[in-house]
Ligand binder design. Structure first.
Ligand SMILES: Cc1cc2nc3c(=O)[nH]c(=O)nc-3n(C[C@H](O)[C@H](O)[C@H](O)COP(=O)(O)O)c2cc1C
Length: 207
């Protein structure tokens, strides 16, 4: 049995918890589809993986007056708690006009305002490992959105792993078994998943 710093490899894998956040609520979303494939890859690696829907964390557009009047919405607190309960977080998001959809940016903005259970504002970003992925019908696969998202998360002082996936021509990227049909895409996905597990493992002592 492989031993890693006193724990078995299987024990460590079972300890790591990964949260996947799709950035689209659309029926038939290409990004929700990719999120499902990414989740499967974590499960194959024997990692505890959860996929949420931002539909369950409905939020108004950030408004400072609203925050002063009513505080941070409960959905933002719940989302921050959900993120806090995991070691690694994957955003899988569409590209809108070369950047992030408001759904994703707004969720990040609200979560950075949460102070909860002794955690300070933005602590959840600073103490978690993040991976980013996108799917688009276009040739660039949403890579400009990933650049924007990496900048935003880095601004939150998050650890964003170098490996990422921008899935081009995502409407034709799968075989009949719902696997990525191009080896290059599958290899990129696997490298991202394994790197996130590796980095997240180093953060397991923090929770
Ligand atoms: C407002 C808007 C802007 C878009 N801008 C881009 C873009 O800049 N680059 C791109 O690749 N696709 C763009 N698209 C197309 C989306 O990538 C495509 O609709 C994708 O399927 C959306 O993700 P989803 O299927 O997960 O909902 C845009 C779509 C919308 C609605």
């Amino acid at each position: 049995m492989i031993q890693v710093r006193g724990n078995s490899f299987d024990e460590l894998m079972a300890t790591v918890k990964i949260l996947i956040i799709p950035g689209s609520l659309r029926t038939g979303s290409l990004n929700a589809r990719l999120a499902a494939v990414i989740a499967k890859e974590f499960a194959v690696a024997n990692v505890d993986v959860t996929r949420l829907s931002l539909a369950d964390y409905s939020l108004p557009i950030y408004d400072g007056d609203l925050e002063v009047k009513s505080g941070v919405p409960k959905s933002a607190v719940n989302l921050e708690r959900m993120m806090s309960a995991h070691h690694g977080i994957v955003f899988v998001t569409p590209e809108y006009n070369s950047s992030l959809p408001p759904l994703v940016k707004n969720a990040i903005d609200w979560v950075t305002r949460v102070e909860d259970r002794g955690r300070t504002q933005g602590q959840v970003f600073r103490e978690r490992a993040f991976a980013i992925a996108s799917a688009s019908e276009g040739r660039l696969g949403g890579s400009r959105c990933l650049a924007a998202l990496r900048l935003i998360l880095s601004g939150c002082r998050a650890t964003v792993i170098p490996n990422q996936l921008a899935l081009s021509f995502a409407d034709h990227a799968y075989d009949d078994a719902e696997r990525l049909k191009h080896k290059a895409d599958a290899d990129t996905l696997r490298a991202m998943v394994m790197q996130l597990i590796d980095v997240a493992q180093q953060m397991t002592r923090g929770i």
